[in-house]
Design a protein around this ligand. Sequence first.
Ligand SMILES: Nc1ncnc2c1ncn2[C@@H]1O[C@H](COP(=O)(O)OP(=O)(O)OP(=O)(O)O)[C@@H](O)[C@H]1O
Ligand SMILES: [Mg+2]
Length: 408
Amino acid sequence: MFIVEGCGEKAFAPLSLTADGKALSELDSNEEWLNAALGGGASLPGRLKVNCRVTTRIRGIRVLSSGQRSVEYEAYASNDEKVLIKALRRHEPDNAEHLVLDYLTEKNFRWSPQLLCSVLFDGAPYLLITKFIEGLPAATEYVSSSFTRSVESTKALGSNIGKTLVDLHATLLECDAAWCRPEPISENDIRSWLRRLSWRAAWLREKAPHMLPSHDRALLSEAADSLEELAGDLEPLAERLMGTPKMRIHGDLHLYQVMKDSNDNVYFIDFGGEPYKTPASRLEKEPAVRDLAALARSLDYAGMMGEQLRTGGSLLQVTSWPPEDLLTWESETFKVILDSYVSEANSRGLGNLYDGIGALFFWLVERASYEAVYEIAARTGYHYVPLNALLRYRDGNDRLVSLIRSLA
Ligand SMILES: Nc1ncnc2c1ncn2[C@@H]1O[C@H](COP(=O)(O)OP(=O)(O)OP(=O)(O)O)[C@@H](O)[C@H]1O
Ligand SMILES: [Mg+2]
């Protein structure tokens, strides 16, 4: 069995019976099968498309992490280099991660995984083999920093994130293929982005109540009201994006996808876009400032996680009544990233990257609305973070929002 279909989705199920016939094993964890696949001998005629920069043999495969959407293996390539194999488990033709990684690798962009091989199955990425990045997610530092409310402890990291993000955007801005070429934002784009908000508000009202316990219903309905109200208010702000560039961006830039090594270098990983990007496609181009909004939202998650550790409270408790100094911490840590981004873009003559900065609040709400749908649909238990953020954004009692609104 290699591919299964159901519930409107296709999933990779690369399974085979073990030699004793008693169990199933995942083919891509098997050295022999994997090397045969890379060499074009995986007995899946015409369906696998292998593209390797150099002939690569893989050995020493070990599972690193395994989730609903992918399995990550660490392994070694022929030259003893440590590599990461991302084996996707969903067949998603609108996932352009192989294209982005290939482009960035060609451009010698240093702060993303260097692509060694990609394997597509029926036109969608199935295996991505990249150089291994030794580091830890930036999120862990922000969670500890929120715990102690120390802005100082993440200043160097935040400043590096801002600078490296300009480097990423500057590289993507030069991309000239149809899937990545920057284009001016049209009235239609703005309408469709605004429609995301009303679509998600309706989803929170109609679909989400069946997916959460009944005690969450009041919060859901208030979040849906907030989102609808915000959607109306944000129209003029979104209109300001008209004519500014939309481009290929990271698209799902939260702090667990920002890695930091021991020399304080920052790397961005996982260019697969947002897994539940409805009602939109992951191939849509968007303005660079949306990645900044994603980081701002991620700081809210980090802040709330730090607060949970500090108080021992539940996620519902800490997100419902966040103390003022926590919201100040969120706003100040974001300001470090934002200031560094703007000054780096300016010094490189790339002011057009933050042309859309006046609409940052729109993207903050748009991203929170995405998160609300994602956390509920994926049943992560984190839905309280974006739902309560939407309430604060509507009521205007959020420091980060004051900061962001002052840019408009
Ligand atoms: N090049 C790399 N070097 C080292 N570790 C990596 C690399 N790429 C991914 N990882 C590790 O694998 C994990 C999952 O990778 P990634 O985010 O790309 O997959 P995913 O399917 O989107 O998973 P998730 O849904 O958890 O985000 C990362 O959090 C990181 O720990
Ligand atoms: Mg990821």
